[in-house]
Ligand binder design. Structure first.
Ligand code: BEZ
Length: 217
């Protein structure tokens, strides 16, 4: 494992709009294939290592919010280089210590083949630990958002849910989600591309900055 103050490696070479590379691997719920999750949202995320403090808090927090992800028709899938049996032992420890069963799949990636395909580890890196990369994959299998945090900073589960809410709301409405948007709040209308409407607008900003009600989710 790299020291906590090691420089963060680059985030994925994948881009928003790319199709998420398919893979099949062993996981804590049996063999999984990424493309089998088509038709639902999927949050695919890497963690540096099992049995580490920040990762443990993330898994406890995610398992406690499992129903919130399910309510958004979103599956969770975790991935690290650790073996399947390390994952099992860690989940047993989490269950015994924190009273929560992690039921979403944790994939083993001992050869780094998946981590490299997703840019979770850099090609020249000797250290096998993956950084905290998170991919938000839509029901067509397209990467819609991604985040990359260093090993020593845990992710925010409310922010992961907010990203999902935002992506689902903009898909449903065609509108835009402003800064700090939360589910249920107004969105923004896409700006006009017509100069006559720009000059005809009642206020100086209303042609490009107009709140609209979000469609109920
Ligand atoms: C952690 O999860 O606590 C951790 C993992 C790798 C490096 C530093 C911290």
């Amino acid at each position: 494992m790299e020291p906590a103050n090691a420089p963060a490696r680059p985030c994925s070479g994948l881009r928003i709009g790319d199709v998420a590379p398919d893979f099949e691997a062993r996981s804590t719920i049996g063999p999984v294939r990424l493309s089998a999750f088509r038709g639902r949202w999927l949050v695919l995320f890497s963690h540096p290592a099992d049995f580490t403090p920040v990762c443990t808090t993330e898994f406890v927090a995610l398992a406690r919010e499992a129903e919130a992800f399910a309510a958004r028709d979103c599956a969770l899938m975790a991935l690290s280089v650790d073996s399947l049996f390390s994952h099992f032992a860690w989940l047993r420890m989490i269950r015994d210590r924190f009273g929560i069963e992690v039921r979403f799949p944790i994939v083993e990636d001992p050869t780094l083949v998946i981590g490299r395909a997703y840019g979770m580890v850099s090609a020249q890196d000797a250290d096998s630990a993956t950084v905290r990369t998170t991919f938000f994959i839509d029901p067509r299998g397209v990467i819609r958002a991604m985040t990359c945090y260093p090993a020593n900073l845990g992710r925010s589960v409310p922010e992961m849910l907010r990203i999902l809410d935002g992506l689902q709301a903009i898909d449903a409405s065609g509108a835009l989600a402003p800064a700090n948007w939360q589910a249920g709040e107004p969105l923004l209308a896409p700006p006009t591309q017509d100069l006559d409407q720009v000059f005809a607008a009642e206020e100086a900003t209303s042609w490009f900055l107009t709140p609209v009600e979000a469609a109920p989710q």
